[in-house]
Write a protein that binds this ligand. Structure first.
Ligand code: HAM
Length: 430
């Protein structure tokens, strides 16, 4: 019978790799806690309209990549609804902020999330249809300081700290400002004018966007369109005084913290909700990501809450591609150390199985990582299994149980010694 495989663009994460995933998540949770973030978990699917309004109809994400379906009502009276698997989590977080009136606390909300997102993209290394993001959002009423440049710098400084603590080498922060909604209106008009005479040379999607949402032409990856795109006006020349000052303040705070960055005037990011600060962290070629070198991206979204019918709630956030983070860590690791267990407990006969399990219980209670064999194994099989899983094997035979003196074989050193039961846990920790 034909076997059933995981769907294209999705994958299973298995041990020992999942150990690295948990280490990354534990480190991220630790850093988020130090910066005063609390965890938010929003549903994996939402009303399609949330993304259409929040992320933007003309973005690649909404126009091409969403998993959307018409959810039928369960009864005649129950109307159907268009639902979508979340392609990103910022819109969901802001929806939740509005729905639960978090603005009424008057406090800045600092929220983080770790979870899967779904986009129907062409799968390749570092690009999947189900992928994980580790993200965070800082938002609140203006009087909570949510639009202060200090918040932008704090988020970026936190990311630098997190990547350093994870051991990511050679990261590069690219920074830009896409201005206020008003600045963008002027910039869009300038782009539309600049595109009008050359529009016919662009790909079909870009011809349409040149009219409907010219900023999105800038994200286009179509190689034939790049020459025209490179010649277009730059957002930096359209920033109003407020946006310019805000951007200067972000840079000054980063300089004070010693966080390095480069200004990338082309960085507009592929989602419509961004205003003012936008950023991406990349890693050098050869870091395991192939062409997908954006490890994470984010920015400010001062008008998103209003776009979703909520109160004014400026905010800034980011999402790290966790799959890409893991690929980078694996590629950058000097040696791939397979986490081995502290010991393998090998009963010498089926009669010793209960004693072996009892000993394993004692050692595990002492915090050691232990695997137990089976007395039905031949000695050779016990040895081979033990050698794969751990550097040490504890032999549990009748004599050992009676005398309370256990033989511990150390494969790495090629030695063996007898250790009293009461001293075993301490000896294995060495
Ligand atoms: P984004 O740039 O669309 O932004 O995604 C953020 C990160 O998710 C990317 O830099 C990448 O590492 C990862 N990513 C995106 N698509 C895939 C994929 N198909 N496979 C693997 N990894 C992928 C956002 O999602 C915004 N919500 C970020 C944000 C939060 N902005 C403000 N707050």
């Amino acid at each position: 019978m034909a076997i059933i495989k995981a769907v294209r663009g999705t994958r299973d994460l298995l041990p020992p790799e999942t150990e690295l995933w948990s280490r990354v998540e534990t480190t991220a949770r630790g850093v988020f806690a130090r910066y005063g973030f609390g965890e938010i978990r929003t549903p994996l699917f939402e009303a399609t309209e949330l993304f259409a309004r929040g992320v933007g109809e003309e973005t690649d994400i909404v126009s091409k990549e969403m998993y959307t379906w018409e959810d039928r009502g369960r009864a005649e009276s129950d109307k159907g609804q268009s639902l979508t698997l979340r392609p990103e989590n910022t819109a969901g977080v802001v929806r939740s902020y509005i729905e639960h009136h978090l603005d009424e606390t008057g406090l800045l909300q600092k929220l983080f999330y770790i979870g899967p997102q779904f986009r129907r993209e062409r799968p390749q290394r570092g690009r999947y249809r189900q992928f994980w993001q580790i993200g965070a959002e800082v938002l609140g009423p203006q009087f909570s300081g949510s639009d202060s440049a200090l918040r932008d710098a704090e988020v970026l400084e936190m990311l630098a700290t997190l990547l350093d603590e994870l051991g990511i080498k050679g990261w590069r922060l690219a920074l830009n400002s896409v201005g206020s909604a008003n600045d963008r209106k002027h910039y869009s008009a300038a782009l539309r004018d600049a595109l009008a005479p050359v529009k016919h040379k662009l790909c079909e999607d870009n011809q349409r966007r040149a009219e409907t949402n010219p900023l999105r032409v800038l994200d286009s990856k179509d190689p034939n369109d790049q020459e025209i795109i490179n010649g277009l006006p730059k957002i930096a020349d359209f920033l109003g005084e407020d946006s310019r000052v805000h951007f200067e303040q972000v840079k000054a705070a980063l300089d004070a913290c010693g966080v390095p960055y480069v200004i990338d005037p082309r960085l507009v990011r592929g989602l419509d909700y961004y205003t003012r600060t936008t950023f991406e962290f990349t890693v050098p070629d050869g870091s395991g990501l192939g062409t997908q070198n954006a490890l994470l991206g984010g920015g400010r979204y001062d008008g998103l809450s209003e776009m979703l019918g909520g109160p004014k709630a400026p905010g800034i956030g980011f999402a790290i591609g966790e799959d890409r983070l893991i690929l980078t860590l694996q590629a950058q690791a000097q040696e791939k150390e397979l986490a081995k267990l502290d010991a393998f407990v090998a009963p010498m006969g089926v009669a010793q199985n209960p004693d072996a399990l009892k000993l394993a219980r004692e050692l595990r209670a002492a915090g050691l990582r232990i695997e137990v064999g089976d007395g039905a194994f031949r000695l050779r099989k016990s040895f081979e299994t033990a050698d794969k899983l751990s550097n040490k094997m504890i032999i549990v035979g009748e004599d050992e149980v009676n005398s309370g003196l256990f033989t511990v074989k150390n494969f790495a050193k090629g030695e063996q010694e007898k250790i009293p039961r009461a001293e075993l846990a301490a000896a294995l920790k060495l």
